[in-house]
Design a protein around this ligand. Sequence first.
Ligand code: GLN
Length: 282
Amino acid sequence: MSLCIEALLKQTAQQLAEAGSDSPQLDAAVLLCHVLDKPRSYLLTWPEKTLDSEQSAAFEAVLRRRLAGEPVAYIVGEREFWSLPLKVAPHTLIPRPDTERLVELALDKIPAQPCSVLDLGTGTGAIALAIASERPDISVTGIDLRPEAAQLAEENSRNLHITNTRFTAGSWYSPLTADDSFAVIVSNPPYIDKTDPHLDQGDVRFEPKTALVAEEHGLADIRVISEQGRRYLQQGGWLLMEHGFEQGEAVRNILLELGYSQVSTAQDYAGLDRVTMGCWQG
Ligand code: GLN
């Protein structure tokens, strides 16, 4: 006898809690909606419905993956960021709510008139698409090392009918020409030290190391982005980068040494240092 939706959710949440998920109820509901191809409201409206055998088998399969630690976003292939539903894939980082802070701060620095913005290490295109959706009058370029990521970001832009972005593959600024220049450059680069024990826990175990880990205690890519950014920022343009909560001072020092001005660090929603920015006066 198969369980009804209500009982199944309860049993699944318990299994997920025992397996160490920090959001067992939510995981159970999201996985079940994915299998049933229904919105969350369906689960509350039809708690007494039972799954047919095909749905039960599909649910068992996704639950097994989640119990083995695989992130929900990779199983369902989607994650919402800045209220935009984005396709995600194992070759991209899963967008984090904290990164919405970087979007808010960048929006604040983008001039009122039409201009160009660059997002380095765009992954799913989350940051570029969030900015482009708020500012249809500007043009946003997203670059990712992996061609599959640039393609996925492009696909996300098409699905969301966002037309003021373009995505391209390459290492940091390499796909650009000497004529390209930007009013704002944003990035959520890899910034975790390779010995950080947090890499062996939870979702990050399944995410690409290239999107997470950087040399020089996590600061190597931040340094490259800051150094080369000076060539691509317009006079008075801003560079904003996400980083680890203990890296604020180190990132400020990198920007100051490179000649950026008005250097400051902003906190994430948990009150931790998360984004450092500086202005390039040329
Ligand atoms: N903030 C992410 C984490 O700590 C890492 C993102 C990144 O390296 N850019 O899980």
